[in-house]
Design a binder for this molecule. Structure first.
Ligand code: ZN
Length: 266
């Protein structure tokens, strides 16, 4: 069982040809893929993917996560509430396809992003929605670990998935301490020569917390740097993880399957 726990077939770069990417992914035996929602435009596209995959790719499990990336939330807090209502309605209408709230979180990388206060309010509202709907929270956190934790400390009862996580050992230890239902996503970044501290952090956490993901079309395997990533390349993540954790592929597959299914309830 091969799993891509976080991808974006609904982005402009790959949506136009998503069937090809699903087909490529489908060539690997038994698989699950979860599309993350990041902005309004992605929304209708995942619904299209979700509806068509059942027809065209019945051997795949394709699910989705809903909400907004922190770089794409409204700059004005008063615009959140109507958005939340809309999301809840979307969930009620498409329950069978939706397995998480995300990706959401804090991103302080770009100066033009909404302020940290606005981002924290948005994250808190999403965490409350996740709690209300009993869904896991898929977190994007870049250059704002402290600010992310300030909000999440009140939500330790939730299942929290730090996607494409690039934080180091000490921070992961803090996450493990705070969130009993933690998951940490490993992407192809674990192969990159500059990622030694990330590899060290992965060696240090319990394997029961690890997920595999591509974040495609971003973060391609090391041998394809500069090119577009796709869900099928999650196999490179499995390969590298076996090496880092010093375990066999079939053992790793079982662990990842359990970690993913218990997170998404699938
Ligand atoms: Zn993503």
């Amino acid at each position: 069982m091969i799993i891509d726990a976080h991808t974006h077939l609904n982005t402009n770069q790959i949506f136009w040809n998503y069937k090809k990417y699903l087909e490529n992914f489908g060539k690997i035996w038994w698989k699950i893929l979860v599309n993350a929602w990041a902005n309004n435009e992605y929304n209708e596209k995942w619904i299209q993917i979700a509806k068509e995959f059942i027809k065209d790719f019945p051997w795949l499990t394709v699910k989705t996560a809903i909400w907004r990336h922190p770089c794409d939330i409204p700059h004005n807090e008063s615009d959140f509430l109507p958005l939340l209502d809309k999301l809840e309605k979307l969930y009620e209408e498409n329950k069978e396809h939706i397995v998480a709230i995300g990706e959401c979180g804090i991103d302080l990388h770009f100066p033009e992003n909404p302020t940290v206060e606005v981002q924290q309010t948005a994250l808190k509202l999403q965490a409350e929605l996740a709690r209300k709907l009993s869904l896991p929270l898929m977190i994007h956190s870049r250059d704002g670990f402290r600010e992310t934790m300030e909000v999440l400390k009140d939500f330790s009862d939730l299942k929290i998935y730090f996607h494409a996580r690039g934080y180091w050992k000490k921070e992961l230890e803090e996450c493990e301490k705070n969130f009993p239902n933690l998951r940490v996503g490993c992407t192809n970044v674990i192969e990159y020569p500059s990622a030694e501290k990330i590899r060290e952090a992965i060696r240090n956490i319990r394997t029961a917390k690890i997920l595999t993901e591509t974040d495609a079309p971003f973060l391609p395997p090391q041998t394809m740097r500069g090119q577009q990533n796709e869900p099928a390349y999650v196999t490179y993540v499995y390969e590298k993880l076996c090496e880092i954790l010093n375990i066999q592929q079939n053992e790793l597959e079982k662990i990842i399957e359990w970690n993913t299914k218990t997170l998404y309830n699938i």
